[in-house]
Design a protein around this ligand. Structure first.
Ligand code: KG4
Ligand code: ZN
Length: 336
């Protein structure tokens, strides 16, 4: 089975061909980071325009690299939710036209389900059920992966996502967009015990997250230092921030997996590239006796191989779309 995946939910235009669910034949990613950097974050209209300019070339290259033509494909998978609406619409419209002209099935893929699927590409033997922590720029979810296509959200963020917290604190420290990776680098030479940052408590669901208090604490700390004219060691602050975020994510994920009786824990989403999150969750899993899975680093950020992989499982489960498929900016994993 050969599936073409298309991803355009944020600032990466990507296309990939995946064979038999888990083998990547090609993966092309055209990133717009350099352009959005000037503005300190993604400018939605610019993102849509760049997707429109890039998508044909990216898809052509993905087919060429895989040495396949449209007629060889068994389906065309596309991210239809969630994300920036104008950005998603480019991928969805393109995939619909391609499906119509080739007569191939059109397969809708939820972006978060795509991130979860990165672990199938990394671990050929991983099978549901398991618990997955998905942390990205827009989402922080603890999810029960009940099957390849059925999900239950156990915990979600009430406000900022973990990636957003990394990025906003990074910006306040003067790092360029997207800041998460710069915090990670700076943290390598910092002291994680230098600053005591708050671990927020969340009333109600014990597995929900809240990162806005932590973000505000870091921003206030920087402002206070500026007003007093004192220097803040950014390596130490980065290490303390990374340590705190990794602790919060790890603690809730382990407790959720224990309380629901899971044996396997997976990590996914852009923040799964973070060295602190990777090592903290991995060590906690070893300590508590869980099998642990995390994607190889090149699959952590947005890509289309994950969309093609999840699209393959959707097709096997009979999940396809007709010509009325639309992009949706906000859509829970449970409503797919
Ligand atoms: O999944 P993703 O590529 O896009 C969304 O779906 O949102 O996630 C992007 C997020 C950004 O917030 C980025 O700063 C964060 O992942 N990120 C990291 C690292 N690499 C990417 N955060 C911390 N440390 C990293 N090494
Ligand atoms: Zn993503």
């Amino acid at each position: 089975m050969l599936i073409l995946g298309i991803e355009s939910s944020c600032d990466e235009t990507a296309a990939s061909v995946v064979k038999d669910c888990r083998t990547i034949c090609s993966s092309v990613i055209s990133t717009q980071i350099e352009e959005h950097k000037k503005y300190g974050g993604v400018v939605p209209e610019i993102a849509s325009r760049r997707h429109c300019e890039n998508i044909l070339g990216v898809v052509k290259k993905a087919l060429d690299d895989a040495q396949v033509s449209l007629s060889d494909l068994d389906g065309i998978a596309v991210t239809y939710a969630p994300g920036l609406i104008g950005a998603l619409l480019v991928g969805v419209s393109f995939a619909k036209a391609l499906a119509m002209s080739s007569g191939k099935p059109l397969i809708p893929v939820h972006h978060i389900a795509g991130h979860i699927a990165t672990n199938y590409l990394t671990f050929p033997d991983l099978e549901p059920p398991y618990m997955c922590l998905v942390a990205s720029g827009g989402h922080s979810h603890i999810i029960e992966v009940l099957s390849y296509t059925k999900f239950r959200v156990v915990g979600r963020t009430r406000d900022d996502a973990a990636g957003e917290c990394f990025d906003k604190c990074a910006r306040a420290m003067g790092f360029p967009y997207p800041g998460g990776v710069h915090v990670d680098k700076a943290a390598q030479s910092g002291d994680k015990t230098a600053f005591r940052l708050p671990h927020p408590t969340v009333a109600g669901n014990e597995f929900d997250f809240s990162f806005s208090g932590l973000k505000t604490a870091v921003i206030n700390l920087l402002h206070n230092a500026e007003q007093k004219g004192t220097d803040v060691n950014k390596n130490d602050l980065s290490a303390s921030l990374q340590h705190t975020i990794a602790d919060i994510l790890t603690d809730k994920t382990i407790r959720a997996a224990e309380s629901l009786g899971y044996k396997k824990i997976a990590l996914a989403g852009g923040v799964s590239a973070n060295s602190g999150v990777r090592s903290t969750l991995s060590e906690a899993c070893a300590k508590h006796g869980f099998e642990f899975y995390m994607p190889e680093k090149k699959l952590c950020g947005d890509n289309a191989a994950m969309i093609a992989c999840q699209g393959s499982y959707n097709l096997l489960a009979g999940i396809t779309a007709d010509e009325s498929l639309n992009a949706i900016a906000t859509l829970s994993m449970e409503d797919i």
